[in-house]
Design a protein around this ligand. Structure first.
Ligand code: PMV
Length: 348
């Protein structure tokens, strides 16, 4: 079906944001299949914008990031494309000119692979749509599946708001192959903030692939996967009912639990910074003293994400002034929030 069509001579261009996991994806089976399901919020202010132009009859990837060659990422894209040949046969007979920029600095401590592979997967899926290989109805699961094959957590970034990836008991449309959006949520969860407290912008000493690998012989792996399934299964009802306390409990337990898993890996991985611990303590004190539902989480790095609903935005100024202020010269703040999801940038 796709063989007879010529690839359109146009620029495919998408903007996609990273996401912050509420229930973490940590541990994978072969072929980028998650060992347990996960849920995240896709952000909006930080984003990657990627454009692709296809060169019929050519080979290879001409890739510039922020206008400059980025050979390591170019190689990763070439490998990714080769792995996609069975799914996207036209890919093997086209070269690609790819340009990509991030709205956030590389040193912001925000994982950019989710937004990068999300944006690229959307360009690939739009091309495949033009080639007649996918229907408009199949577009989003197809894009999420392609994003997953580039970087697991990217599967969730092709949707705005909350999304869920991984087969979950009781959620019949959930899948290990692609994420699904979580709809019908209480208004309090529709405008979430993520205030990222950057304590270190050093490159991670342990990659997330290594972290996933360590789960294969982790003494608590079975319990972890069971717990993640239970938590993910509980999330849609929590979001529907507006149960902010339950949301905070899960978000906090997951962020600290992820580091608990890393600390108890063999060999142990300690990605915490003394300031990470200090900030989580300040958030706990603020929660106890104000009674406000301030959630926090950490990914596989030392930066702390403070997660709260828009209704708390004013109260958070009090947190910055009265709690975080003594640390202000040691940290950097990046303010992000949930959004509507990826945007198509090309209209020609
Ligand atoms: O998508 P990966 O392979 O970079 O793994 C992401 C792992 C975490 O960010 C720690 C958790 C998550 O679910 O995003």
């Amino acid at each position: 079906m796709t063989r007879n069509k010529n690839i359109p001579d146009k620029k495919y261009s998408w903007r996609c944001s990273p996401n912050i996991a509420i229930v973490k994806y940590w541990g994978k089976l072969g072929g980028q299949i998650p060992a347990s399901p996960s849920v995240s919020i896709t952000l909006s202010e930080s984003n990657t914008e990627t454009s692709v132009r296809w060169l019929p009859g050519e080979q290879g990837v001409d890739f510039l990031f922020e206008g400059k060659p980025a050979p390591l990422f170019a190689q990763r894209i070439e490998k990714y494309f080769e792995a996609l040949y069975p799914t996207l046969p036209w890919l093997s007979i086209h070269g690609a000119v790819i340009r990509s920029t991030n709205s956030f600095p590389h040193s912001a401590g925000i994982a950019s692979s989710a937004s990068a592979f999300g944006a690229l997967a959307l360009c690939l899926t739009e091309t495949h749509l033009d080639m007649g290989g996918v229907t408009p109805e199949e577009f989003m699961p197809f894009a999420s599946n392609l994003a997953r094959l580039g970087s697991g957590s990217a599967a969730r970034s092709v949707f705005g708001g909350f999304s869920l990836w991984g087969s979950t008991p009781g959620i019949s449309d959930s899948s290990d192959l692609y994420a699904i959006p979580i709809n019908n949520i209480h208004p309090v969860f529709t405008r979430m903030h993520d205030l990222i407290v950057v304590v270190s912008d050093q490159k991670k000493s342990v990659s997330s692939s290594r972290g996933h690998d360590l789960m294969n012989r982790h003494p608590f792996a079975a319990e972890r996967y069971h717990l993640a399934r239970e938590r993910v299964a509980a999330i849609p009802a929590i979001l529907r009912s507006g149960d902010m306390d339950a949301f905070c409990r899960i978000t906090i337990a997951e962020g600290l639990g992820l580091h608990g898993l890393m600390l108890t890996s063999d060999p142990p991985v300690n990605l915490l910074h003394p300031l990470s611990v200090e900030i989580t303590r300040l958030a706990e004190r603020f929660r106890a003293e104000t009674g406000l539902p301030l959630a926090y989480t950490l990914d596989a790095g030392p930066n702390v994400h403070l997660i709260y609903p828009d209704e708390m935005a004013d109260a958070m100024n009090g947190f910055l002034e009265n709690y975080l202020n003594p640390l202000s010269s040691h940290v950097r703040l990046i303010h992000d929030r949930s959004g509507i999801g990826p945007q198509r940038m090309s209209f020609q």
